[in-house]
Write a protein that binds this ligand. Sequence first.
Ligand code: NDP
Ligand code: X2W
Length: 342
Amino acid sequence: MTVRVAVAGASGYAGGEVLRLLLAHPGVEIGALTGNSNAGQRLGALQPHLLPLAGRVLEPTEPGVLAGHDVVFLALPHGQSAAVAEQLGDDVLVIDMGADFRLRDAAAWEKFYGSPHAGTWPYGLPELPGARAALEGSKRVAVPGCYPTAVSLALFPAYGAGLAEPEAVIVAASGTSGAGKAAKPHLLGSEVMGSMSPYGVGGLHRHTPEMAQNLGAAAGEPVTVSFTPTLAPMSRGILATCTAKAKPGTTAEDVRAAYEKAYADEPFVHLLPEGQWPATASVYGSNAVQVQVAYDATAGRIIAISAIDNLTKGTAGGAVQSMNIALGLPEDTGLSMIGVAP
Ligand SMILES: NC(=O)C1=CN([C@@H]2O[C@H](COP(=O)(O)OP(=O)(O)OC[C@H]3O[C@@H](n4cnc5c(N)ncnc54)[C@H](OP(=O)(O)O)[C@@H]3O)[C@@H](O)[C@H]2O)C=CC1
Ligand SMILES: CC(=O)N[C@@H](CCC(=O)OP(=O)(O)O)C(=O)O
Protein backbone atom coordinates (compact mmCIF):
# COMPACT_ATOMS: atom_id res chain seq x y z
CA MET A 1 0.00 0.00 0.00
CA THR A 2 1.30 3.48 -0.91
CA VAL A 3 -0.45 6.56 0.43
CA ARG A 4 -0.13 10.01 -1.09
CA VAL A 5 0.76 12.56 1.56
CA ALA A 6 0.68 16.38 1.63
CA VAL A 7 2.45 18.53 4.23
CA ALA A 8 1.11 21.99 5.05
CA GLY A 9 3.73 24.14 6.76
CA ALA A 10 6.61 22.37 5.02
CA SER A 11 8.89 25.40 5.47
CA GLY A 12 8.78 25.15 9.29
CA TYR A 13 10.59 22.95 11.77
CA ALA A 14 7.73 20.50 12.38
CA GLY A 15 6.94 20.26 8.65
CA GLY A 16 10.63 19.70 7.85
CA GLU A 17 10.92 16.97 10.44
CA VAL A 18 7.84 15.11 9.23
CA LEU A 19 9.28 15.23 5.70
CA ARG A 20 12.61 13.88 6.95
CA LEU A 21 10.74 10.90 8.44
CA LEU A 22 8.39 10.42 5.48
CA LEU A 23 11.36 10.25 3.08
CA ALA A 24 12.38 7.05 4.92
CA HIS A 25 8.84 5.63 5.03
CA PRO A 26 8.31 2.79 2.53
CA GLY A 27 4.54 3.26 2.23
CA VAL A 28 4.44 6.95 1.36
CA GLU A 29 4.54 9.08 -1.78
CA ILE A 30 5.16 12.76 -1.02
CA GLY A 31 2.69 15.04 -2.79
CA ALA A 32 1.97 18.73 -2.23
CA LEU A 33 4.17 20.81 0.07
CA THR A 34 2.83 24.16 1.19
CA GLY A 35 4.05 27.28 2.98
CA ASN A 36 2.73 30.70 3.84
CA SER A 37 5.22 33.58 3.46
CA ASN A 38 7.58 31.15 1.71
CA ALA A 39 5.10 29.94 -0.92
CA GLY A 40 6.87 30.01 -4.30
CA GLN A 41 10.27 29.23 -2.75
CA ARG A 42 12.25 26.07 -3.49
CA LEU A 43 12.24 23.71 -0.50
CA GLY A 44 15.98 23.27 -0.96
CA ALA A 45 16.50 26.93 -0.03
CA LEU A 46 14.60 26.48 3.25
CA GLN A 47 15.24 22.86 4.29
CA PRO A 48 18.63 22.05 2.68
CA HIS A 49 18.91 18.78 4.65
CA LEU A 50 15.94 17.33 2.73
CA LEU A 51 18.05 16.71 -0.39
CA PRO A 52 15.63 14.47 -2.34
CA LEU A 53 13.01 17.22 -2.16
CA ALA A 54 15.34 20.17 -2.85
CA GLY A 55 13.79 20.99 -6.22
CA ARG A 56 10.20 21.04 -4.98
CA VAL A 57 8.48 24.44 -4.94
CA LEU A 58 6.19 25.36 -2.01
CA GLU A 59 2.59 26.04 -2.91
CA PRO A 60 0.16 28.19 -0.92
CA THR A 61 -1.75 26.47 1.91
CA GLU A 62 -5.10 26.23 0.14
CA PRO A 63 -7.76 23.49 0.02
CA GLY A 64 -7.34 23.01 -3.73
CA VAL A 65 -3.63 22.31 -3.27
CA LEU A 66 -4.19 19.89 -0.38
CA ALA A 67 -7.04 18.04 -2.14
CA GLY A 68 -6.43 14.63 -3.73
CA HIS A 69 -4.17 13.23 -0.98
CA ASP A 70 -4.82 10.27 1.32
CA VAL A 71 -3.08 11.92 4.28
CA VAL A 72 -2.53 15.61 5.10
CA PHE A 73 -0.15 16.70 7.85
CA LEU A 74 -0.84 20.18 9.24
CA ALA A 75 2.28 21.81 10.71
CA LEU A 76 0.75 25.26 11.10
CA PRO A 77 0.66 27.81 13.95
CA HIS A 78 -2.01 27.32 16.62
CA GLY A 79 -5.44 28.34 15.47
CA GLN A 80 -4.72 27.85 11.76
CA SER A 81 -5.48 24.14 11.46
CA ALA A 82 -9.21 24.10 12.10
CA ALA A 83 -10.10 26.29 9.10
CA VAL A 84 -7.92 24.19 6.78
CA ALA A 85 -9.13 20.86 8.19
CA GLU A 86 -12.81 21.63 7.76
CA GLN A 87 -12.25 22.01 4.02
CA LEU A 88 -10.70 18.54 3.72
CA GLY A 89 -13.01 15.58 3.15
CA ASP A 90 -13.97 13.06 5.83
CA ASP A 91 -12.19 10.40 3.76
CA VAL A 92 -8.80 12.15 4.16
CA LEU A 93 -6.61 11.31 7.17
CA VAL A 94 -5.79 14.72 8.68
CA ILE A 95 -2.99 14.81 11.25
CA ASP A 96 -2.74 18.11 13.11
CA MET A 97 0.64 18.79 14.72
CA GLY A 98 -0.69 22.02 16.20
CA ALA A 99 -2.75 22.36 19.36
CA ASP A 100 -6.22 23.04 17.94
CA PHE A 101 -7.81 19.66 18.68
CA ARG A 102 -5.83 18.39 21.70
CA LEU A 103 -7.94 19.60 24.60
CA ARG A 104 -11.30 18.24 25.68
CA ASP A 105 -12.04 21.17 28.00
CA ALA A 106 -13.27 24.13 25.92
CA ALA A 107 -12.86 26.54 28.87
CA ALA A 108 -9.22 25.51 29.29
CA TRP A 109 -8.64 26.04 25.56
CA GLU A 110 -10.14 29.53 25.66
CA LYS A 111 -8.14 30.45 28.78
CA PHE A 112 -4.77 29.38 27.39
CA TYR A 113 -5.19 29.99 23.65
CA GLY A 114 -7.61 32.92 23.70
CA SER A 115 -9.84 31.79 20.83
CA PRO A 116 -12.99 29.67 20.43
CA HIS A 117 -12.43 25.91 20.87
CA ALA A 118 -12.46 24.05 17.54
CA GLY A 119 -13.15 20.55 18.94
CA THR A 120 -11.35 17.41 20.09
CA TRP A 121 -9.80 14.68 17.94
CA PRO A 122 -8.32 11.28 18.88
CA TYR A 123 -5.06 12.00 20.70
CA GLY A 124 -1.82 10.92 19.05
CA LEU A 125 0.03 9.54 22.05
CA PRO A 126 -0.53 5.81 21.47
CA GLU A 127 1.18 4.77 24.70
CA LEU A 128 -1.60 6.27 26.84
CA PRO A 129 -4.35 3.86 27.95
CA GLY A 130 -7.05 3.57 25.28
CA ALA A 131 -5.28 5.90 22.83
CA ARG A 132 -4.24 3.22 20.32
CA ALA A 133 -7.80 1.93 19.96
CA ALA A 134 -9.09 5.46 19.32
CA LEU A 135 -6.46 6.02 16.60
CA GLU A 136 -7.12 2.78 14.70
CA GLY A 137 -9.03 3.68 11.52
CA SER A 138 -9.46 7.31 12.61
CA LYS A 139 -9.48 10.03 9.94
CA ARG A 140 -8.46 12.76 12.39
CA VAL A 141 -5.49 12.87 14.79
CA ALA A 142 -4.41 15.58 17.26
CA VAL A 143 -0.68 15.20 17.86
CA PRO A 144 0.25 16.16 21.45
CA GLY A 145 2.42 19.09 22.44
CA CYS A 146 6.08 18.25 22.91
CA TYR A 147 6.18 18.88 26.69
CA PRO A 148 2.94 16.93 27.32
CA THR A 149 4.43 13.97 25.42
CA ALA A 150 7.52 13.90 27.65
CA VAL A 151 5.61 14.55 30.88
CA SER A 152 2.71 12.18 30.25
CA LEU A 153 5.07 9.31 29.42
CA ALA A 154 7.11 10.04 32.55
CA LEU A 155 4.18 10.10 34.97
CA PHE A 156 1.14 8.23 33.65
CA PRO A 157 2.31 4.81 34.91
CA ALA A 158 2.46 6.15 38.49
CA TYR A 159 -1.02 7.64 38.19
CA GLY A 160 -2.41 4.64 36.33
CA ALA A 161 -1.28 2.36 39.16
CA GLY A 162 -2.78 4.65 41.81
CA LEU A 163 0.60 5.35 43.41
CA ALA A 164 0.78 9.15 43.20
CA GLU A 165 -1.10 11.97 44.92
CA PRO A 166 -2.93 14.19 42.38
CA GLU A 167 -0.46 17.09 42.47
CA ALA A 168 2.48 16.87 40.09
CA VAL A 169 5.47 19.22 40.02
CA ILE A 170 7.30 19.34 36.70
CA VAL A 171 10.41 21.16 35.51
CA ALA A 172 11.37 20.52 31.90
CA ALA A 173 14.17 21.81 29.72
CA SER A 174 13.66 22.16 25.97
CA GLY A 175 15.92 22.85 23.03
CA THR A 176 15.19 26.01 21.06
CA SER A 177 13.64 24.29 18.01
CA GLY A 178 10.54 23.81 20.19
CA ALA A 179 9.75 27.46 19.60
CA GLY A 180 9.62 27.13 15.80
CA LYS A 181 11.65 28.71 13.03
CA ALA A 182 10.30 32.27 13.12
CA ALA A 183 12.90 34.67 14.58
CA LYS A 184 12.27 35.65 18.21
CA PRO A 185 14.60 37.94 20.21
CA HIS A 186 14.89 35.61 23.24
CA LEU A 187 16.02 32.81 20.92
CA LEU A 188 18.98 34.64 19.41
CA GLY A 189 22.12 32.57 19.67
CA SER A 190 23.72 35.21 21.86
CA GLU A 191 20.81 34.97 24.33
CA VAL A 192 20.62 31.19 24.46
CA MET A 193 24.20 29.95 24.15
CA GLY A 194 25.85 29.13 27.46
CA SER A 195 22.72 29.93 29.48
CA MET A 196 19.50 28.35 30.75
CA SER A 197 16.43 30.33 31.71
CA PRO A 198 12.79 29.66 32.69
CA TYR A 199 9.73 31.03 30.93
CA GLY A 200 5.96 30.73 31.31
CA VAL A 201 6.44 30.49 35.09
CA GLY A 202 3.47 30.34 37.45
CA GLY A 203 0.99 28.11 35.64
CA LEU A 204 1.06 30.23 32.48
CA HIS A 205 2.28 27.70 29.92
CA ARG A 206 -0.43 26.47 27.54
CA HIS A 207 0.70 22.87 27.87
CA THR A 208 -0.34 22.77 31.55
CA PRO A 209 -4.01 21.82 30.90
CA GLU A 210 -2.93 19.20 28.35
CA MET A 211 -0.70 17.51 30.95
CA ALA A 212 -3.49 17.70 33.54
CA GLN A 213 -5.90 16.15 31.03
CA ASN A 214 -3.61 13.17 30.38
CA LEU A 215 -2.56 12.57 33.98
CA GLY A 216 -6.11 13.04 35.28
CA ALA A 217 -7.39 10.44 32.79
CA ALA A 218 -4.74 7.97 34.01
CA ALA A 219 -5.47 8.70 37.68
CA GLY A 220 -9.24 8.63 37.40
CA GLU A 221 -9.34 11.91 39.37
CA PRO A 222 -8.31 15.51 38.60
CA VAL A 223 -4.56 16.08 38.81
CA THR A 224 -3.14 19.55 39.51
CA VAL A 225 0.01 20.30 37.52
CA SER A 226 2.67 22.86 38.44
CA PHE A 227 4.79 23.17 35.30
CA THR A 228 7.94 25.23 34.79
CA PRO A 229 9.54 25.12 31.32
CA THR A 230 13.11 26.17 30.75
CA LEU A 231 15.07 26.91 27.61
CA ALA A 232 18.31 24.97 27.15
CA PRO A 233 21.21 25.82 24.82
CA MET A 234 20.65 22.98 22.36
CA SER A 235 18.68 22.71 19.13
CA ARG A 236 16.62 19.60 19.98
CA GLY A 237 15.59 17.64 23.04
CA ILE A 238 13.39 17.77 26.14
CA LEU A 239 14.39 16.50 29.57
CA ALA A 240 11.35 16.44 31.88
CA THR A 241 11.83 16.00 35.62
CA CYS A 242 8.48 15.16 37.17
CA THR A 243 7.69 14.51 40.83
CA ALA A 244 4.59 13.67 42.84
CA LYS A 245 4.06 12.72 46.46
CA ALA A 246 3.55 8.98 46.79
CA LYS A 247 0.29 7.68 48.22
CA PRO A 248 0.64 6.18 51.73
CA GLY A 249 2.07 2.66 51.75
CA THR A 250 3.80 2.99 48.37
CA THR A 251 7.15 1.18 48.11
CA ALA A 252 10.04 1.51 45.68
CA GLU A 253 9.14 -1.98 44.40
CA ASP A 254 5.54 -0.88 43.66
CA VAL A 255 6.82 2.06 41.65
CA ARG A 256 9.30 0.02 39.62
CA ALA A 257 6.69 -2.68 38.94
CA ALA A 258 4.16 -0.11 37.67
CA TYR A 259 6.63 1.25 35.13
CA GLU A 260 7.82 -2.19 34.04
CA LYS A 261 4.22 -3.21 33.43
CA ALA A 262 3.30 -0.01 31.55
CA TYR A 263 6.28 -0.22 29.20
CA ALA A 264 6.81 -3.97 28.77
CA ASP A 265 5.43 -3.97 25.21
CA GLU A 266 5.97 -0.39 24.06
CA PRO A 267 8.23 -0.26 20.99
CA PHE A 268 9.43 3.31 21.50
CA VAL A 269 9.64 3.69 25.28
CA HIS A 270 12.81 2.47 26.95
CA LEU A 271 12.47 2.13 30.70
CA LEU A 272 16.15 2.31 31.56
CA PRO A 273 17.88 -0.15 33.88
CA GLU A 274 17.92 1.03 37.47
CA GLY A 275 20.64 3.58 38.12
CA GLN A 276 20.81 4.82 34.51
CA TRP A 277 19.24 8.20 33.71
CA PRO A 278 17.68 9.65 30.55
CA ALA A 279 19.72 11.98 28.35
CA THR A 280 18.52 14.03 25.39
CA ALA A 281 21.58 13.06 23.31
CA SER A 282 20.49 9.42 23.47
CA VAL A 283 17.21 10.08 21.66
CA TYR A 284 18.39 12.79 19.24
CA GLY A 285 16.66 12.40 15.88
CA SER A 286 14.85 9.22 16.95
CA ASN A 287 11.30 8.40 17.98
CA ALA A 288 12.56 6.81 21.20
CA VAL A 289 11.66 7.91 24.70
CA GLN A 290 13.92 7.22 27.67
CA VAL A 291 12.19 6.94 31.04
CA GLN A 292 13.56 6.34 34.52
CA VAL A 293 11.81 6.41 37.88
CA ALA A 294 12.94 6.45 41.47
CA TYR A 295 11.25 6.55 44.85
CA ASP A 296 12.70 9.12 47.25
CA ALA A 297 11.74 7.53 50.56
CA THR A 298 12.91 10.52 52.63
CA ALA A 299 10.74 12.99 50.75
CA GLY A 300 8.02 10.40 50.07
CA ARG A 301 8.04 11.39 46.41
CA ILE A 302 8.09 9.57 43.10
CA ILE A 303 10.66 11.08 40.72
CA ALA A 304 10.10 10.25 37.04
CA ILE A 305 12.39 11.59 34.32
CA SER A 306 11.99 11.33 30.57
CA ALA A 307 13.97 12.41 27.53
CA ILE A 308 12.60 12.87 24.01
CA ASP A 309 13.56 14.67 20.84
CA ASN A 310 10.92 17.41 20.74
CA LEU A 311 10.76 17.39 16.94
CA THR A 312 10.66 13.60 16.56
CA LYS A 313 8.67 11.78 19.27
CA GLY A 314 7.53 15.23 20.48
CA THR A 315 5.93 16.13 17.12
CA ALA A 316 6.68 14.56 13.76
CA GLY A 317 7.59 11.06 14.95
CA GLY A 318 4.46 10.89 17.08
CA ALA A 319 2.54 12.08 14.03
CA VAL A 320 3.97 9.34 11.77
CA GLN A 321 3.47 6.71 14.51
CA SER A 322 -0.17 7.80 14.74
CA MET A 323 -0.53 7.75 10.95
CA ASN A 324 0.75 4.17 10.90
CA ILE A 325 -1.82 3.11 13.49
CA ALA A 326 -4.66 4.97 11.77
CA LEU A 327 -3.79 3.31 8.44
CA GLY A 328 -3.32 -0.16 9.95
CA LEU A 329 0.42 -0.26 9.17
CA PRO A 330 3.02 -1.67 11.60
CA GLU A 331 3.39 1.10 14.16
CA ASP A 332 7.14 1.51 13.75
CA THR A 333 7.18 1.74 9.93
CA GLY A 334 9.69 4.38 8.87
CA LEU A 335 10.57 5.32 12.44
CA SER A 336 14.00 5.00 13.96
CA MET A 337 14.59 4.07 17.58
CA ILE A 338 18.29 4.76 17.26
CA GLY A 339 19.77 8.03 18.51
CA VAL A 340 22.85 9.92 17.31
CA ALA A 341 25.84 10.06 19.62
CA PRO A 342 28.02 11.74 20.69
N1 NDP B 1 8.78 22.86 17.02
C1 NDP B 1 8.35 21.89 17.82
O1 NDP B 1 9.14 21.25 18.55
C2 NDP B 1 6.91 21.56 17.88
C3 NDP B 1 5.96 22.18 17.09
N2 NDP B 1 4.65 21.80 17.19
C4 NDP B 1 3.61 22.47 16.44
O2 NDP B 1 3.79 22.39 15.04
C5 NDP B 1 3.25 23.56 14.43
C6 NDP B 1 4.33 24.20 13.58
O3 NDP B 1 5.40 24.57 14.45
P1 NDP B 1 6.87 24.84 13.95
O4 NDP B 1 7.16 24.05 12.74
O5 NDP B 1 7.73 24.70 15.12
O6 NDP B 1 6.75 26.39 13.54
P2 NDP B 1 7.56 27.16 12.41
O7 NDP B 1 7.43 28.60 12.77
O8 NDP B 1 8.91 26.59 12.25
O9 NDP B 1 6.71 26.88 11.08
C7 NDP B 1 5.42 27.38 10.91
C8 NDP B 1 4.86 26.94 9.56
O10 NDP B 1 3.54 27.44 9.41
C9 NDP B 1 3.47 28.30 8.26
N3 NDP B 1 2.58 29.42 8.58
C10 NDP B 1 2.85 30.51 9.34
N4 NDP B 1 1.76 31.31 9.44
C11 NDP B 1 0.79 30.72 8.70
C12 NDP B 1 -0.55 31.05 8.39
N5 NDP B 1 -1.11 32.17 8.85
N6 NDP B 1 -1.26 30.21 7.61
C13 NDP B 1 -0.70 29.07 7.12
N7 NDP B 1 0.58 28.71 7.36
C14 NDP B 1 1.30 29.51 8.16
C15 NDP B 1 4.88 28.74 8.00
O11 NDP B 1 5.02 29.05 6.62
P3 NDP B 1 6.09 30.13 6.08
O12 NDP B 1 7.40 29.77 6.71
O13 NDP B 1 6.10 29.87 4.61
O14 NDP B 1 5.59 31.48 6.45
C16 NDP B 1 5.67 27.48 8.39
O15 NDP B 1 5.64 26.54 7.35
C17 NDP B 1 2.78 24.49 15.56
O16 NDP B 1 1.42 24.36 15.77
C18 NDP B 1 3.57 23.96 16.73
O17 NDP B 1 2.93 24.20 17.91
C19 NDP B 1 4.26 20.80 18.02
C20 NDP B 1 5.15 20.17 18.83
C21 NDP B 1 6.55 20.52 18.84
C1 X2W C 1 11.14 25.89 23.58
C2 X2W C 1 9.74 26.33 23.26
O1 X2W C 1 9.48 27.51 23.08
N1 X2W C 1 8.82 25.37 23.17
C3 X2W C 1 7.45 25.66 22.84
C4 X2W C 1 6.66 24.37 22.80
C5 X2W C 1 6.38 23.93 21.42
C6 X2W C 1 5.42 22.77 21.31
O2 X2W C 1 5.60 21.65 21.26
O3 X2W C 1 4.26 22.94 21.43
P1 X2W C 1 3.02 23.31 20.60
O4 X2W C 1 2.78 22.32 19.57
O5 X2W C 1 1.92 23.33 21.58
O6 X2W C 1 3.39 24.65 20.10
C7 X2W C 1 6.82 26.58 23.87
O7 X2W C 1 7.12 26.49 25.04
O8 X2W C 1 5.92 27.33 23.46
